[in-house]
Design a protein around this ligand. Structure first.
Ligand code: ADP
Ligand code: ASP
Ligand code: MG
Length: 419
């Protein structure tokens, strides 16, 4: 039998009615002749609640116990989905990560897949079961402990199963009907894309478009999984949603395909550091060791003989990181200062920033995208604090209060509302 993977996100399994609605979509695919692997998220809001319980109990919590707690939301929906399908006369069985087993690294809270052996689920399909319902977001380490894959990780579970089982397609059912030019909750002019290239989706996801977890796109690209995003609340057919595919399969050629944003950013400046070989290593080494994900970096031009306290050349270094890592970053820098590894006069922390990015594979062959982007922001009076670019994206850090305005302006200037 051909195999199909269908993933239902939190809002799609938020209550018993929604689970029943999702089960009907599964029934349709079973009737078409598929053996179906269903991946479920926890009911919406559930994982946040569980994270809150953990943080309310222990500030510097043991990540193994964090995983034990926060993985549990998916266990509930997996069992309920299997029960609902059984009620509809469809032979279904639920699987928690350890039962499959979904083998992962032991990086608790952010584990990666090692292997997904097919044997157990294949044996159930061979017995006549039509649906395997698998709890998303979780796995088991080689120490036999439950792990989780990072927030939004059920997308990655779905793609990994599609790859492991050679599924015909991996359908990600969610609360929007596809991937849009930007988050449709931010811009009413956002337009649904029929197709998007893996590379572009990868950038959009990693720059904040949470419609797919970044690693799910990475895996789909590597294992050539046909990945589709579609609505669990609408009637859907073979043409619904957005297909994430190779760039050769895309007709539409826009220079910019999408605008992404992330509110959860912070900017840290080390004021008056020595400008000498090794200073960047002395700053970013301790940050890396503390597990801080540094994103954008800028260093000022150097000033000679700044004052009597600062003989030689001094400069300032600014970087951005996720807002929830500011405490960790500050501590790492203060410790490095105390240990005499670096010397600065002040740490200036700005937690009121956001990152806005434009993404498109067309940028590879078009000049002037950055200039157009900066002009559009300037027209709105938006000041740019940090800039970073890659082959197919340009990101800017700006005041968070201007984030939505910036997204709208960029969406307009690159004509994303027009097909
Ligand atoms: P699920 O619970 O189904 O995994 P998520 O909330 O994780 O759903 O992801 C879907 C959400 O992603 C949408 O509701 C939408 O607000 C957001 N989103 C952000 N950027 C985009 C985009 N470019 N296209 C579509 N949705 C987007
Ligand atoms: N329930 C998990 C989360 O909220 C995983 C997921 O939904 O993908 O992050
Ligand atoms: Mg999600």
């Amino acid at each position: 039998m051909p195999i199909l993977v269908m993933k239902f996100g939190g809002t799609s399994v938020a209550n018993l009615d929604r689970i029943a609605n999702a089960a009907k979509k599964v029934e349709t695919e079973v009737a078409r002749g598929y053996d179906v692997i269903v991946i479920v998220s926890a009911m919406s809001g559930e994982t946040n609640k569980l994270v809150g319980y953990v943080e309310g109990t222990s500030k510097l919590y043991d990540a193994r116990e964090y995983d034990a707690v926060v993985s549990s939301g998916e266990n509930v929906t997996a069992g309920l989905m299997a029960l609902r399908l059984q009620e509809m006369g469809i032979p279904a069985r639920s699987w928690q990560g350890w039962q499959v087993p979904i083998n992962t690294t032991s990086a608790h809270g952010n584990a990666r897949f090692l292997s997904i052996p097919r044997d157990n689920i294949d044996a159930k399909f061979a017995e006549g079961f039509k649906v395997a319902v698998v709890a998303g977001f979780q796995g088991v380490s080689d120490e036999g402990r439950i792990t989780t894959l990072g927030r939004g990780g059920s997308d990655t579970t779905a793609v990994a199963f599609a790859a492991a089982f050679g599924a015909e397609r991996c359908d990600i059912y969610t609360d929007v009907d596809g991937v849009y030019t930007t988050d449709p909750r931010i811009s009413a002019k956002a337009r649904k894309l029929d197709r998007i290239a893996f590379e572009e989706m990868l950038e959009l996801a990693s720059l904040g478009a949470k419609v797919l977890q970044t690693r799910s796109v990475e895996l789909a690209m590597r294992y050539k999984v046909r990945l589709r995003v579609l609505s669990s609340f609408e009637e859907t057919d073979a043409a619904s949603g957005t297909l994430v595919c190779d760039e050769e399969e895309i007709m539409e050629s826009k220079v910019v395909s999408g605008v992404a944003f992330s509110r959860e950013e912070a900017k840290i400046t080390l004021f008056t550091i020595e400008d000498r070989p090794g200073i960047a290593a002395a700053i970013f080494g301790p940050l890396a060791q503390a597990g801080v994900n540094v994103d954008m970096i800028v260093q000022n031009i150097s000033e000679k003989d700044y004052d009597d306290d600062h003989p030689g050349a001094v400069t300032d270094m600014t970087f951005s990181c996720p807002i929830n890592q500011v405490d960790r970053a500050t501590k790492a820098l203060e410790d490095a200062q105390a240990a005499g590894l670096i010397r600065y006069d002040e740490l200036i922390i700005d937690t009121e920033v956001a990152k806005v990015s434009v993404v498109g594979i067309g940028m590879r062959s078009h000049a002037g995208v950055a200039a157009k982007m900066f002009a559009a922001l300037s027209k709105e009076g938006i000041n740019i604090k940090v800039i970073s670019t890659s082959e197919i994206k340009i990101s800017v850090l700006i005041d968070r209060k201007y984030m939505e305005l910036a997204v709208q302006a960029l969406h307009d200037v690159f004509g994303l509302d027009k097909a």
